[in-house]
Structure formats: structure tokens, C-alpha cells
Design a protein around this ligand. Structure first.
Ligand code: GDP
Ligand code: ZN
Length: 357
């Protein structure tokens, strides 16, 4: 038995309900091919799509994803159910499937907060934070930056790095944590109020699983040390993917989310063109495209033969692809978000610039 509020139900979904039907609201906790584990007031059920729904939906994006709210008909005696509708999402995290068509795959829906985790014992990667800010923003989630492993850093240094990050990402809350010592957990909990759904994003090894375990108060998720010692052939225990925290709050940790992390981290522009990004810090215009703008440090480097002209060309090509994909998304939603995002990016870029000097 669950309370809808603790699962994240709100008036946004309430308005979409069908009160005078046998259909009840339920949240998708796990998805496995065409089977769904759903949670609702009546408990936990294994659900399939109703025949009619299956015929009517748009492939992929119309299918229920982890975090989705659905309307289902329960067969209480069998703990089985059928899903009849997916309620409109507040937001979604998705990845584009490689291929000719820009097909979208949803990895998590209805996320309120994205914790962008980085660890204090590593070089800050502002470009990566910037990408995650974009990703969270696109997903309709509020970002909170988490600087983990504070125990590995002198207090003063930690405070300085935190201040720098706060200056860089204006308006984004920054929290210092240590999954090892428990520092900052209370602050994370204060955000994870009952009904708030969160994801943890960040490179492998920064301590996402450790933080989630600390919040859960159990070792439910495997951390890296355990993952590394895992026998190849061993069947790893399946972890619950929509996790209810004992003091309220919901955390979604799906393999899709992990893939998204990998996909993001390995995604082109960021790392491949680090040299161009570095040079770009010295361009006259902040939003320099390195095409015809005056005072372009990147083209100057090409002229001086310190940067390969072909590299700049492939950079432009990749950038064009990204813009093409963006253009295909809903223009109205986009422009509103872009404005807000630009403001944020500007401040991140400023720090980038300052560090470059
Ligand atoms: P993930 O890949 O982001 O999920 O990272 P893990 O949670 O698996 O953590 C990676 C490694 O860092 C593990 O060996 C953890 O024990 C360690 N770790 C995580 N958080 C902390 C922390 O706050 N302090 C220290 N010293 N180590 C940590
Ligand atoms: Zn330029």
C-alpha cells in the first residue's frame, strides 16, 4: 500500500484522472519489455498494456516509462493489472536513438530535481556540469549541484570550490556532501520532501550510488568497489528502479539513466573539442561561432597553424547536427527554456573564461 502523495501525485495529474471509472492512478516503477511494475494505493501490481491502448499509442514516446503516471485497471486477486492510459508528463529525460530518424527514447518521466554530482577530488569539469544543466533543464527538472567527497578535501578548499561553483551557476543551489561521513545529507533530505522525485546524474565514480544508499540507509545499490569485484558471469541482483526513501522523496535510478550518463559523457563536442573550447575562451564575443566574427581566437589559431583547419570544420559539422536536432523540438517550449538556459550558461562560461586566464 502506498499513498499517492508519497509517490509524487499532485494536482497536475489529479486533473487528468477519470474518477468515475474503474481506472486508478498508479506510478510506473519498472519497465521490462512489455511488462510494467506499478505502484498505487492498492499496492504493487504487474501490468500489461490494454489491447486498445497498445494500438492507439505513438511508438516509444507514447509508451509508459519509469516515473510515468498511468491509469490502470486492477485485478486485485491476481496482483495483475492493465494500463489504459499514460497521463501527460510534467517532464521527461530522453535520449535520441542513433540512426537516420531522430527517434526518442524516454528513460525517466516526471522528475522534479536533478542532482548533478561531481566529486571534490577531481578536476572540476565545467563543460560537463553545463551539459548536465542543459539535460536537466530539457527534462523539466530543477538542478542542484552536489560536490561530493568533501571528506577528501580541506575545508577551506571545499568552501572555495563551492563558492566558485555558486558564482558560475547563478541561481543553482550547490551542496557539499560526503557519502562517507554523512555531511550534507540533511541538506539533500530537505530537498527530497515527500512526493519529490529526483535523479542523480554525473560521471561514474563520483559517488551517486553511495549517496543514494546513504539516503536509503541501506546498501541497496551496488557501489563501484562492489561492481568492480563482480564476477563477469554472475547474475547481478536487480535493484528497484523507483526507490522510495524512508523519510520521503522518490529516487529514480534506471539502467537507462546510467546509459544517459555514459552517452552524455562520451558525447562529441564536450571532450573531443576541448582544444577548441579552450581557444574559444579568448574569442572577442562570448557567443562566437568561429565563423566570421571579428576577434575570433579559434580562427586565429587556424591561421597561425596551431589548430588544424579540418578540426574546426568537423566541430562546425557536429554543432550543426546538434542545432538540427534542437530545431526539431517544440519551438515554443524551447524558446522559453533557451532564454533561461542562456542566462545560466553565460555565468558558467564566465567562470570558464576566468579559469582560462
Ligand atoms: P557512482 O559510480 O557515481 O555510483 O559512484 P559510487 O557510489 O560507486 O562511488 C565510487 C567510489 O567512491 C566508491 O569506492 C565509494 O566508496 C567512493 N565514495 C563515494 N562517496 C564518497 C565520499 O563521500 N567520500 C569518499 N572518500 N569516498 C566516496
Ligand atoms: Zn571564435
Amino acid at each position: 500500500m502506498y499513498s499517492l502523495t508519497e509517490l509524487g501525485w499532485s494536482s497536475f495529474f489529479e486533473k487528468q484522472g477519470e474518477p468515475n471509472t474503474p481506472l486508478v492512478p498508479a506510478r510506473v516503477a519498472e519497465e521490462n519489455r512489455s511488462l510494467y511494475r506499478i505502484l498505487c494505493e492498492q499496492g504493487e501490481f504487474l501490468a500489461e498494456l490494454s489491447g486498445r491502448f497498445r494500438h492507439e499509442i505513438v511508438p516509444r514516446v507514447g509508451l509508459p516509462a519509469v516515473g510515468d503516471w498511468v491509469l490502470a485497471r486492477l485485478q486485485p486477486n491476481e496482483e495483475r493489472a492493465t494500463v489504459h492510459r499514460v497521463l501527460l508528463r510534467k517532464g521527461k529525460f530522453s535520449r535520441k536513438i542513433a540512426g537516420r530518424k531522430t527517434e526518442e527514447q524516454i528513460v525517466a518521466a516526471n522528475i522534479d530535481v536533478a542532482f548533478l554530482v561531481t566529486s571534490l577530488n577531481r578536476e572540476f569539469n565545467l563543460r560537463r556540469i553545463e551539459r548536465y544543466l542543459t539535460l536537466a533543464w530539457d527534462g523539466g527538472a530543477k538542478s542542484v549541484i552536489v560536490l561530493n567527497k568533501a571528506d577528501l578535501c580541506e575545508d577551506e578548499d571545499a568552501a572555495t570550490l563551492r563558492r566558485e561553483m555558486e558564482d558560475a551557476a547563478l541561481g543553482v543551489r550547490v551542496i557539499l556532501t560526503s557519502a562517507a561521513c554523512g555531511d550534507g545529507l540533511a541538506e539533500l533530505r530537505s530537498i527530497l520532501q515527500p512526493g519529490v522525485t529526483a535523479v542523480f546524474l554525473g560521471s561514474s565514480g563520483v559517488g551517486k550510488s553511495s549517496l543514494i544508499n546513504a539516503l536509503l540507509g541501506t546498501q541497496q545499490l551496488e557501489t563501484q568497489a562492489i561492481r568492480a569485484s563482480d564476477d563477469r558471469g554472475r547474475h547481478t541482483t536487480t535493484t528497484r528502479q523507483l526507490l522510495l526513501l524512508p523519510r520521503g522523496g522518490v529516487v529514480i535510478d534506471t539502467p537507462g539513466m546510467r546509459e544517459l550518463q555514459l552517452w552524455e559523457a562520451s558525447d562529441g563536442i564536450d571532450q573531443t573539442f576541448a582544444d577548441i573550447q579552450e581557444l574559444a575562451a579568448h574569442c572577442h564575443f562570448r557567443d562566437c561561432r568561429h565563423r566570421t566574427e571579428p576577434g575570433c581566437a579559434v580562427r586565429a589559431a587556424v591561421q597561425a597553424d596551431t589548430l588544424d583547419a579540418q578540426r574546426l570544420e568537423s566541430f562546425h559539422k557536429l554543432e550543426k547536427e546538434e542545432r538540427f536536432l534542437e530545431a526539431k523540438q517544440d519551438a515554443a517550449v524551447r524558446s522559453k527554456r533557451t532564454k533561461e538556459l542562456r542566462r545560466m550558461m553565460k555565468s558558467v562560461n564566465r567562470l570558464y573564461r576566468d579559469r582560462g586566464r
